[in-house]
Write a protein that binds this ligand. Structure first.
Ligand code: ASP
Ligand code: MG
Length: 418
């Protein structure tokens, strides 16, 4: 059995969905297909939620999202009497109801109830379309199988319950193809909980682990895992193979091809992950698994718009365990993730993403005890399998503020001189 995952970029048009159909048709094995929301639907739903929450008008964004889905429907099912139109219309009605009468659970709980519509819409459309074309499949509602806790927007999977429910619901002997939603789960009150942005890869890995898949294939708009983001680099190279460890490290440092949580559930059962191009499905892509090698060509990961926070005790004490405990607790309380940190005798530095409201709150809190300042507009450059030539290449026109390295990886905080 194989698990396929199609991301938003691969199903952003009716042409993409036709392409998905061609790919699916060419496989004989039983398939579980995990699909994200079409194109930029999740961003659009985030905006609609935000507007509704602030009691602003969400009509314009809502209409354009609806129209986007109906354009795809019209292109897929020529005749407007097709039941798919009524079904999708019904989903938009449900969405509107929730927007107008939200549960009283707060911003993040509502976010999950609203933003989850993207995957429900995309999977319903694709499942119906494939059935229509004779590619028989079952639409599975992952909101009844993948159990999480109630950490809204970042649900933590309850593996025991999910294993039981997924094994009951997914019948691979009976259904050759099962189509389900990425990114979604549910809590013990039956509310939808999302798994974090770009979480559909993780959903595919969870299903593969529980159902003992042979392999997961992530179909992407790039030829595989590249050694750098083509946005920042001209001569990118596809990595043919990657060890689980390298894949985890690259994803963790911010390579955007795979969600960092994806690898572990696969590695624990030795399930391979194949990242392939949906445009050229016969090309080799990148195979991630239990592979051995001495080293790889250097890979580059850039994180832009970074903020370096400097913290030093007001009372001239040293940065020691007690201070660090207070500092880390404050970062956790304000939901600020540290991308890199360093301490000296009298100061602590942390590099974080630019979420200014949170940083200002953190600063206000820590200032009771510490001197706090920050520097914005920085970049974090990570090179895995670095060498001098590659470091020189990325340092052109940049000033180095901070550097950390181990045997395989170097991380540099730099300021661009423009
Ligand atoms: N649709 C969700 C997002 O855009 C999940 C995913 O695409 O993986 O974040
Ligand atoms: Mg997406």
């Amino acid at each position: 059995m194989l698990v396929f995952k199609f991301g938003g970029a691969s199903v952003k048009t009716s042409g993409g969905i036709l392409n998905l159909a061609h790919i699916v048709e060419s496989f004989k094995e039983p398939l579980v297909i995990v699909v994200s929301a079409f194109g930029k639907t999740t961003n659009s739903l985030e905006k609609i939620h935000d507007q509704a929450y602030k009691k602003e008008s969400f009509d314009a964004e809502f209409s354009s999202l609806k129209e986007y889905h109906f354009t795809i429907l019209k292109e897929l099912f020529q005749q407007e009497k097709h039941p798919a139109f009524a079904e999708i219309s019904g989903e938009f009605e449900k969405l509107k109801k929730i927007l107008l009468n939200p549960e009283k659970g707060g911003y993040d709980q509502e976010y999950d109830q609203i933003v989850s519509f993207g995957e429900v819409l995309s999977t319903k459309i694709i499942s119906t379309f494939l059935n229509e074309r004779g590619i028989k499949n079952r639409w599975a509602d992952i909101r009844k199988c993948l159990k999480t806790d109630s950490t809204w927007r970042e649900g933590v999977v309850d593996w025991e319950t999910s294993t039981k429910l997924i094994k009951e619901d997914f019948n691979l002997k009976k259904d050759k193809i099962t189509i389900t939603q990425g990114f979604l789960g549910f809590n013990d009150q039956g509310h939808t909980v999302t798994l974090g942005r770009e979480g559909s890869d993780y959903s595919a890995a969870i299903l593969a682990h529980i159902l003992d898949a042979e392999k997961v294939v992530i179909w992407k708009d790039v030829p595989g895992v590249l050694n750098a983001d083509p946005k920042y680099f001209d001569n990118t190279v596809r990595l043919g193979q990657l060890s689980y460890l390298d894949a985890i490290e690259l994803a963790y440092y911010g390579a955007s091809v795979i969600h960092p949580k994806t690898i572990k559930p696969l590695q624990n059962k030795g399930i391979k992950l194949h990242v392939k191009s949906f445009v050229y499905p016969n090309d080799p892509g990148t195979l991630i698994g239990d592979v051995q090698y001495e080293s790889l060509i250097p890979s580059f990961i850039f994180k832009m718009d970074q903020v370096l926070v400097h913290i030093s005790p007001r009372d001239f004490s040293f940065i020691a365990e007690a201070n660090l405990t207070d500092i880390f607790e404050a970062f956790a309380r304000h939901g600020i993730r540290i991308n890199l940190m360093q301490n000296s005798a009298v100061s602590f530095m942390a590099l974080v993403n630019n979420r200014m409201e949170r940083i200002e709150e953190l600063k206000a809190e820590l200032e009771k005890q510490f001197e706090v300042s920050f520097e914005t507009g920085l970049e974090l450059v990570t090179i895995r399998y670095y060498d001098t030539a590659t470091i020189d290449r990325v340092m052109i026109n940049k000033v180095l503020l901070l550097e950390q390295k181990n045997q395989r990886t170097i991380q540099m905080v730099v300021k661009d001189l423009g």
